[in-house]
Write a protein that binds this ligand. Structure first.
Ligand SMILES: Nc1ncnc2c1ncn2[C@@H]1O[C@H](COP(=O)(O)OP(=O)(O)OP(=O)(O)O)[C@@H](O)[C@H]1O
Ligand SMILES: [Mg+2]
Length: 251
């Protein structure tokens, strides 16, 4: 199989997705008929103002939350058709997560944190893959350290390595650089980019930051729960221009 065979296809998608929180007077329509695909081997950034539905889209696409209407798919599995047990297994085996708070286990070493999802799944790590991942994240000399002994950027690189360790179908990252300074943020974004380029990984990243979106292959823009625009090969400058145009239209 060539890399191209691996990168073909759709890693995740939602079709006509609607998410309504609350009932009656307090109802919030967080997603309003969103249809979008996240192809394999592609880095997608999800952008939009606070409250526009970015995290909701990510959580519903990743099976962390359920849609009110419409469907969400990981590969050929429709999440709404799975019972809790199968959904948990699918999340564990086919999805990697990176959150704004690094969510590392403080009592485990770097190496143990990276292999944690595999250990939980009772799966033997692919040692060659693990070693290459550790080399890519540049933490080979820190494997026995605890998270508290690492910088924020290093901790987030561990979280990215953990998300990639099981070669998931898709990695979802919600503001992975939100707590990092720009230099360490750039390290983490470079790592996600390499996972896409060198490993054919699908990455979906929620971000507010035009610079972060500049690492993606495509930027999607949400407003009020709707997909309002998309941009191929975004750059920090072009994304910033687009965001300013939205601001002008809204005011
Ligand atoms: N559990 C919840 N209960 C009720 N309303 C919610 C819940 N979670 C989100 N919302 C609402 O849904 C809308 C979309 O929220 P969401 O968290 O997806 O926005 P976001 O684009 O990720 O924003 P931010 O950039 O601030 O993280 C908001 O109006 C929010 O208040
Ligand atoms: Mg959010």
């Amino acid at each position: 199989m060539t890399t191209l065979d691996v990168v073909r296809g759709t890693a995740a998608r939602v079709a006509d997705a609607v998410k309504i929180y609350g009932v009656g007077g307090t109802e919030v329509r967080a997603l309003d008929h969103v249809t979008v695909e996240f192809p394999a081997g592609r880095f997608t950034a999800i952008m939009g103002p606070s409250g526009s539905g970015k995290s909701t889209l990510m959580h519903c696409a990743a099976g962390l939350d359920t849609l009110t209407a419409g469907s969400a798919w990981i590969g050929d599995a429709e999440l709404g058709s799975l019972n809790d047990r199968r959904l948990t297994l699918l999340r564990r085996e086919r999805i990697g997560f990176v959150f704004q708070a690094f969510n590392l286990v403080p009592t485990l070493t770097v190496r143990e944190n990276i292999t944690l999802p595999l250990d939980l799944a009772g799966a033997a790590p692919d040692q060659a893959w693990l070693e290459s991942l550790i080399e890519v994240v540049g933490l080979g000399d820190r494997l026995q350290h605890r998270p508290s002994e690492l910088s924020g950027g290093q901790q987030q690189r561990v979280a990215v390595a953990r998300a990639l360790a099981g070669r998931p179908q898709v990695v979802f990252a919600d503001e992975p650089t939100g707590n990092l300074d720009s230099r360490t943020g750039t390290e983490v974004l470079g790592l996600l980019r390499r996972a896409v380029d060198e490993m054919g990984q699908a990455v979906v990243m929620v971000t507010h930051d035009p610079t972060a979106a500049g690492f993606a292959d495509e930027a999607l823009f949400l407003a009020d729960g709707r997909l309002v625009d998309r941009m191929e090969r975004p750059t920090a400058a072009s994304v910033l221009d687009r965001m300013k145009a939205f601001e002008r239209r809204r005011s």
